[in-house]
Design a binder for this molecule. Structure first.
Ligand code: GLA
Length: 418
């Protein structure tokens, strides 16, 4: 890996800044906690010290990530988002945090988070300013990448406000190059395709997936079911473009999990969790871990669903059926038997009639055609369904704006083929 990385640096110094993300990171979709969706740009630490963007908030969330079992389940990142910066750079030209809200400084916060066994993420913007108007990295890319490395940053979210989308094909790889050049492995989260799509440009996804570990393609998630379903529709409608891009090291990012906040019902929260899992999406919670209700916490900590998301094959799921408000999504997962896979299946009910919809899931039609059959299990309720052969079907009752998520584990009859 080290040698590859060196070669990559040499080549990239000849070939401008292209195509050399080889940081060995994000082999499964990143998991962690991001501030933005829940805490936004609340800078009023005088009147609202518990919720403002401050070192205290991130330290408390880091503590809870560990003490409440999230870290053990895989959520191992704590990331700043917008509004951590001071309005001006320091006299040395370096970025610095707001001194009142981050009095100990960023290295101390990074230390605190690392000492709890977690990764530390930071937010910046490719343009002149961040979306909330703090200094961006334009014209300071090398210095800022070096500063992040000195601060022991593990994850960089690079937004794209106040910049020209037409310059991003050069700018995002350039910053990626400077990150690589520091020698510190930092996960690179890009907003590059989103800003280009907004201005009707066609993103160079080949370059994007070679430069970034994850990237946003669609609008910001908001605290509503309507927002969640708009994202799901975007991913379904554009799946032939998006699915081939995803894989170990590089992921489409449909934005944060809003489970445990104000806008989603219990069923809708299960639906977001299962859909993000089957879409092999980063699982980045944005919720107040101090006050989250136990039933929402349990959804986020469902290890069987997380395992589908984190499956080593890293294949993004596909919408294979959509009719009258019912959708079926499938994703191949391990274990394999010969050339055939196990499968995760989500049945999503978008209907709002007040009674569950009975849905028949015919295995062979969905591509589950291993003649020895599958062990089927429902992952929200942790219930075994039994052995199902390809010509059989599974009947499920799916609650309004809810989901059923099945794992169909292939039955391997000895002798196993390689
Ligand atoms: C953009 C991003 C969000 C968030 C805000 C911060 O809208 O897409 O995820 O980072 O900026 O201002």
């Amino acid at each position: 890996m080290e040698i590859l990385f060196q070669i990559c640096l040499v080549i990239s110094s000849f070939l401008s800044f292209s195509h050399c993300l080889d940081n060995g990171l994000a082999l499964s979709p990143p998991m962690g906690w991001l501030a933005w969706q829940r805490f936004r740009c609340n800078t009023d630490c005088v009147n609202d010290p518990k919720h403002c963007i401050s070192e205290r908030l991130f330290m408390e969330m880091a503590d809870l990530l560990v003490s409440e079992g999230y870290a053990k389940a895989g959520y191992n990142l704590i990331s700043l988002d917008d509004c951590w910066l001071d309005k001006e750079r320091g006299s040395d030209g370096r970025l610095k945090p707001d001194p009142f809200r981050f009095p100990s400084g960023i290295p101390a916060l990074a230390d605190y988070i690392h000492s709890r066994g977690l990764r530390f993420g930071i937010y910046e913007d490719y343009g002149n300013y961040t979306c909330a108007g703090y200094p961006g990295i334009l014209n300071n890319m090398k210095l800022d990448a070096e500063t992040f490395a000195e601060w022991q940053v593990d994850y960089v979210k690079l937004d794209g406000c106040y910049s020209f989308p037409s310059q991003m094909d050069k700018g995002y790889p350039e910053f990626g190059y400077f990150l690589n050049r520091t020698g510190r492995s930092m996960m690179y989260s890009c907003s590059w395709p989103f800003y280009q799509l907004v201005t009707k440009m066609e993103p160079d996804y080949e370059a994007i997936s070679k430069t970034c570990n994850l990237w946003r393609n669609f609008e910001d998630i908001q605290d509503s079911w309507q927002s969640v379903t708009a994202i799901i529709d975007y991913y379904g409608d554009n799946q032939d473009t998006l699915i081939p891009l995803a894989g170990p090291g590089h992921w489409n990012d449909p934005d944060m999990l809003i489970i445990g906040n104000f806008g989603l019902s219990y069923e809708q929260s299960r639906a977001q969790m299962c859909m993000w899992a089957i879409m092999a999406s980063p699982l980045l919670m944005s919720v107040d871990l101090r006050t989250i209700r136990p039933e929402f916490k349990a959804i986020l900590l469902n290890t069987e669903i997380i395992a589908v998301n984190q499956d080593p094959l890293g294949v993004q799921g596909r919408r294979v059926y959509k009719k009258q408000g019912i959708e079926i999504w499938t994703k191949p997962v391990l274990p394999k038997s010969g050339k055939k896979y196990s499968w995760a299946v989500v049945v999503l009910n978008r209907r709002v009639d007040g009674t569950p919809s009975q849905v028949t899931v015919p295995l062979r039609e969905l591509g589950l055609d291993s003649e020895d059959g599958y062990h089927a299990r429902e992952l929200n309720e942790h219930k075994d369904i039994g052995i199902i052969l390809p010509d059989q079907a599974i009947q499920v009752d799916v609650n309004p704006s809810g989901v059923v998520m099945l794992k169909c584990t292939i039955i391997r009859v000895p002798p196993f083929s390689p």
